[in-house]
Design a protein around this ligand. Structure first.
Ligand code: SAM
Length: 250
């Protein structure tokens, strides 16, 4: 998969060199290009923003630097054989970025991110590129950040760990919170490792029982407990019939 990020703070994307994403890059599973939007400005001050039409506080990012940057990124990508670009526009007014969207993005070959600053990008930029490629306007939560770079890091990590061969154990994300299947819409319950006793605290006996059915049932019950406490909205979307079917298999 190829990723391009256009930003006025390229150094903000340095974490893409470490951990899971960094290793995926080193192995050639991810090709990441970070571009400085100001390279596509032509004035002495490298201006990327201007006052909003209609008045109001704050500044809006200008069409020209974004248009020139995206044209150039697309031309470069196509030249090197990339195909199937999608534009990822982080914005608090986008659709919620969920595991489902992460799965959808992980199936695309080329993602181009446009993290903004100020009050966002002149709308005509998104409208223009929406005629050429799918556009995903995504919000990483119901709060407002100062810029979209942190959202790019979030989306990239969620997507990268779904790519084939990126996680050491391909099964790792099967039981995650939000993973599809019988446990869809349930948060993962608590997890434990050695030693079995720490500061008078023991791990639940069932985890030492070796009985896979009982362990699976315990995990399901804990997931239900945690989801009910933390995300009652998700419980509404659970399918009790799927649980019954799973119980019969245990
Ligand atoms: N005026 C905009 C609004 O209320 O929708 C907020 C602009 S915000 C200060 C600047 C940029 O940060 C946004 O254009 C977007 O790129 C990014 N951003 C802020 N909050 C975000 C969120 N929850 N999810 C994704 N991106 C976000």
């Amino acid at each position: 998969m190829r990723l391009d990020v256009v930003t006025i703070f390229p150094e903000y994307l340095d974490p893409l060199n470490v951990s899971l994403v960094g290793k995926a890059r080193a192995r050639g599973q991810l090709l990441v290009h970070v571009h400085d939007l100001r390279s596509w400005t032509h004035d002495r001050h490298n201006t990327v923003d201007d006052t909003p039409y209609g008045g109001g506080p704050g500044m809006v990012m200008k069409t020209d630097p974004w248009g020139d940057a995206l044209d150039s990124v697309l031309a470069d990508g196509y030249e090197t054989g990339a195909h199937g670009p999608a534009l990822i526009v982080p914005t608090p007014s986008g659709r919620p970025f969920t595991q489902e969207v992460a799965v959808e993005l992980s199936e695309r070959p080329w993602l181009i991110f446009t993290p903004a600053r100020y009050e966002g990008i002149d709308r005509r930029v998104v409208d223009e590129y929406a005629t050429r490629m799918p556009v995903y306007e995504v919000s990483i939560g119901d709060y407002v950040l100062a810029g979209g770079e942190a959202a790019v890091l979030v989306v990239t990590e969620a997507v990268a760990r779904l790519l084939p061969g990126v996680l050491g154990n391909a099964e790792s994300h099967r039981d995650d919170s939000f993973a599809p299947g019988a446990m869809a819409n349930l948060l993962e319950g608590p997890v434990y490792t050695k030693p079995p006793r720490w500061r008078e605290r023991e791990i639940p006996d069932v985890l030492l029982s070796g009985h896979h059915g009982k362990i699976a049932r315990w995990r399901r019950d804990e997931a239900l407990r945690r989801t009910t406490a933390n995300r009652p909205d998700l419980i509404e979307r659970c399918d009790p019939k799927a649980f019954d079917k799973k119980d019969r298999e245990m």
